[in-house]
Design a protein around this ligand. Structure first.
Ligand code: ATP
Ligand code: MG
Length: 869
């Protein structure tokens, strides 16, 4: 008898795969090994177009089973009592599956495993290959499997092939109305998004031979659907044990699921004050950083996971055997077919020896392929009972050099442990001691995107950096805003490199090879590489920062790239791209940066203390928000509100605050950012009396046009628009208050002077200009003390009349000088410097401004006349 079966708790992918299997094996009976998921059960009982004949598992006579066709699973623990049939010698297993390989997987004589979104895809592919046609009803059911398992093709596990199969099913008449009836309503788009996020951050670790999944997800509000998603994820990835860390506002929920003996979910979460059953449990704790939570969880797991400790835990079954009467050649074929290194030799139902691949090769080499296996087998081998400790297994294989150990239960051969199994076990144990918490992250390569979007020279430098890092044995990444801007297609040439290793050594080696200068900062492990033409590249050693007090610069320690990224401000700035030649362009996204870039969200990197530790991030948040037209997440904005309420900015050094302010004012259109600062209550930290009301907003709003006007008309003069904006921002302050602002924010002396002059002299001049009627010389003297920025400020503030006068001044007067200098007065007229001397020079300039004198000769005459008087 042939039996088709799938995993218990069957879903549509399992049903569709069984249906397809039935078409491949028409004589087989189909068996659900246990219960079905609710939706599937509903479908099977309610639908009117599709009947699928199945046999109840309890009615299957296991002794009659000759072949089992397994779909959508390879785990003996998931097929109920049919697993018992696997143990019978001679039962053949055929497997079709899409789940990733796991320990304890059954090995099939035919074993089709493909990395696609659904097993249905594998099956339909085979049907197509064999030219087996589908009815429209069948196509509909298969489509349901495909839709469900791929989250309507939105899960990142979805492949091109899944979509091609969908297209094929559609061509066969699959009815999408029916599909949506049963499938689509099952998950909301929010749930799908969350599930995707959980998939993205899924880590798989192995403790003592047990595969464990850990993932984390950020949710706005805890509604309990995480538990459903955990279930979904566990099935999708075919995992026995899954932990979900769900970050919700101020709390961290741990949702634990286990379906194996080795891990007791309840016991694990009890360590976090939670509870539940062996299979399902949860805890809710005060939020701690996710990295920390994961580390704690892994430590608990290391302690609590019951590692596999006896022969039956690691043996493979069912066992392929060869009988004593068969030949070496037959043994060789069998080994090749099932990919085995050793076969037990059976005579009259009992194991009499083991024939190894090595002996088979040797015998064949000597032309003895026709000899009997008994001639070359290891006789007198050791066997073990299922409960024998692993230490004993190891002893037999390693010390006695036996190629494999048969496991005998009550005189029956129930399993076999090969040398390979032991090696795997040793490997796990060494893994256990050097367990890296984040071995698994979905990889994406953006090398092509970089090639398209970066200037050739920048790309070249990045590649060279990878080569240099290789020679030093370091890993180098480009990180942060630079990577964000590649994805956003936003020009940015500020390359930031992070070295896993010694950043300074890297910078020196790079500089030496490419003829650059280096500036280093030993204390922080950072360096700047300066190219001969002035281009700069920042280099850091991946770092862990500790904040001793709020609002002070962090002290720095070395750490991994992931930890380095964790300490960054916002998720959108946490991307890194590997630059070493092997894997150039590999994108690391640990914190959902791509998602947030896609969704245009500024979000802190899982840190409630983000703004407490570094209040400058508030200004950065505003800057990014306005620059990219993104929006802060609700939680992020709430954290800012908190920081404002608690006055954290007062602890910020004036200098850092000033820097941030300047950066905001340097943005293309700072008005939006200024409004946002006002909205968030930040202005009072700049100065307690600072207001941005209707009037000020108009001034600031005018600056953009004024600067544009200026740039268009007066190309040669340089000016700094951010300073004009600063003048505009401070418009509501009195002179004395501007002074206070400068002191509090440690504004450099030169700038302070400009600000004061703009306010004191500028505003007076502006009022005078508005009244009009100024002679050229009067205009000149009125505006001469003002820098260009102050001129633009009063233009933006004063309106059309002022603009005309400023324009007249810049166009005609600003550069006027007398041809004669003080020197000339001394030499030609024998005058000595002094008050009178100054008056003469000033008078001469006025004469020139008024057009009374034009040439040098006329100036000479004018001076002569003046002296005579
Ligand atoms: P811009 O485009 O304005 O330069 P940026 O994101 O590149 O923005 P930089 O100041 O150049 O910002 O800093 C580079 C990277 O360093 C950022 O992308 C971010 O990852 C990190 N970073 C900068 N400032 C902070 C901060 N205050 N807190 C945490 N991380 C920061
Ligand atoms: Mg930058």
């Amino acid at each position: 008898m042939e039996v088709i079966t799938c995993h218990h708790n069957s879903d549509f992918d399992a049903l569709a795969s069984m249906l397809a299997a039935k078409k491949l094996y028409p004589d087989a009976i189909a068996v659900f090994p246990g219960s079905q998921e609710r939706v599937l059960r509903d479908f099977l009982t309610q639908n009117s177009f599709f009947q699928f004949e199945t046999t109840a598992a309890k009615d299957v006579d296991l002794a009659q089973v000759e072949r089992i066709i397994l779909v959508d699973t390879r785990q003996p623990g998931r097929i109920g009592r049919l697993a018992e049939a696997l143990e019978r010698p001679g039962v053949e297993v055929h497997i079709y599956d899409h789940h990733p390989p796991m320990t304890g997987d059954i090995i099939g004589a035919i074993d089709v495993h493909r990395k696609v979104g659904a097993t249905t895809t594998v099956m339909v592919g085979l049907l197509k290959e064999k030219g087996i046609d589908l009815t429209s009803e069948e196509a509909t059911v298969m489509m349901m499997g495909l839709y469900e398992e791929t989250g309507c093709f939105t899960f990142i596990s979805t492949t091109e092939e899944d979509l091609q199969v969908a297209a094929y099913l559609l061509s066969k008449g699959a009815n999408l109305n029916i599909v949506t009836d049963y499938i689509v309503k099952e998950m909301t788009s929010d749930q799908i998004a969350l599930l995707n996020e959980m998939l993205q951050s899924l880590d798989k670790i192995n403790i003592g031979g047990v595969d464990i999944g850990i993932t984390h997800v950020l949710v706005e509000e805890y509604k309990g659907d995480i538990a459903i998603l955990a279930h979904k994820l566990r099935d999708m990835e075919g995992m026995d044990v899954l932990f979900v860390l769900a970050v919700v506002e101020g709390r961290l929920h741990i949702i634990a699921r286990s379906r194996i003996d080795e891990v007791d979910a309840g016991e694990i979460v009890a360590e976090f004050g939670g509870g539940g059953h062996h299979e399902a449990a949860s805890a809710s704790i005060k939020k701690i950083p996710i990295v920390e939570a994961k580390e704690r969880l892994i430590n608990v797991l290391r302690d609590k996971v019951r590692i596999r400790k006896c022969a039956k835990d690691i043996m493979s079954f069912p066992v392929k055997t060869i009988s004593a009467s068969q030949s070496i050649a037959e043994a060789g074929d069998l080994m090749a077919r099932y990919d085995m290194d050793a076969l037990p030799v059976v005579d009259d139902g009992s194991v009499i020896g083991i024939i190894s691949k090595a002996s088979v090769s040797k015998a064949r080499y000597h032309g003895l392929a026709d000899s009997k296996v008994t001639d070359y087998m290891n006789a007198g081998i050791e066997t073990l009972s299922p409960d024998a400790p692993l230490s004993r297994v190891r002893q037999i294989i390693i010390e006695h050099n036996q190629p494999a150990v048969p496991v005998i239960d009550n005189g029956r051969l129930s399993g076999i442990i090969s040398e390979n199994d032991i090696l795997k076990l040793l490997h796990y144990e060494s893994l256990k001691s050097s367990l890296e918490p984040y071995p698994h992250i979905r990889k994406k390569n953006i090398a092509k995107m970089m090639q398209e979007r970066l200037p050739a020279r920048v790309l070249e430098i990045l590649k060279e950096a990878g080569i240099v890092a290789d020679t030093l044995g370091f890993t180098v990444y480009t990180v942060g805003g630079f990577v964000r801007d590649i994805i956003l297609k936003y020009e940015n040439l500020d390359m930031d490199l992070v070295i896993e290793g010694d950043g300074i050594a890297f910078a020196n080696a790079f500089a030496e090879r490419y003829g650059c200068r280096v500036k280093t900062h030993e204390k922080f492990g950072t360096a700047v590489i300066v190219f001969p033409d002035g281009l700069k590249v920042d280099v850091a050693s991946s770092r862990l920062e500790h904040y001793e007090k709020p609002a002070v610069l962090p002290t720095v320690e070395r750490g991994s790239i992931q930890q380095d990224l964790y300490r960054r401000d916002f998720t959108i700035n946490t991307l890194a791209v590997r630059l070493n030649p092997s894997g150039f362009g590999e994108l690391l996204d640990y914190y959902g940066a791509q998602r947030d870039i896609r969704e245009k969200v500024i979000r802190v990197v899982y840190e409630d203390y983000s703004f407490v530790n570094d209040p400058t991030r508030v200004f950065r948040a505003i800057r990014f928000e306005q620059r990219f037209s993104f929006k802060m997440s609700r939680h992020t904005q709430a954290l800012i509100g908190n920081a404002v309420k608690l006055n954290f900015f007062e602890k910020l050094s004036g200098k850092r605050l000033f820097n941030e302010l300047v950066l905001i004012l340097k943005e293309e259109r700072p008005i939006k950012a200024i409004n946002r600062m006002a909205e968030l209550g930040l202005l009072r930290f700049i100065h307690p009396r600072l207001r941005v009301g209707e009037k000020e907003r108009e001034v600031i709003g005018n600056i953009i046009g004024t600067v544009a006007w200026y740039r268009l008309l007066f190309l040669k003069e340089r000016c700094d628009p951010s300073l004009v904006y600063m003048m505009g921002l401070l418009d509501s302050l009195k002179l004395k208050e501007i002074d206070e602002f400068c002191i509090r924010l440690a504004v450099p002396g030169r700038l302070r002077e400009k600000l004061v002059i703009a306010r004191k002299t500028g505003v007076v001049a502006m009022r005078r200009l508005a009244r009009g009627g100024l002679k050229d010389s009067e205009l000149y003297h009125l505006l001469k003390p003002l820098q260009m920025e102050a001129l633009l400020y009063i233009t933006a503030k004063g309106g059309e009349e002022v603009k005309k006068e400023v324009s007249r001044y810049i166009t005609h007067l600003i550069d006027i000088k007398s041809a004669l200098s003080g020197n000339d007065l001394e030499k030609s007229f024998g005058l000595k410097p002094g008050p009178e001397f100054k008056k003469i020079l000033a008078g001469l300039l006025d004469a020139k401004l008024e057009g009374v004198v034009k040439t040098r000769e006329e100036e000479m005459k004018w001076v002569k006349r003046r002296i005579k008087k």
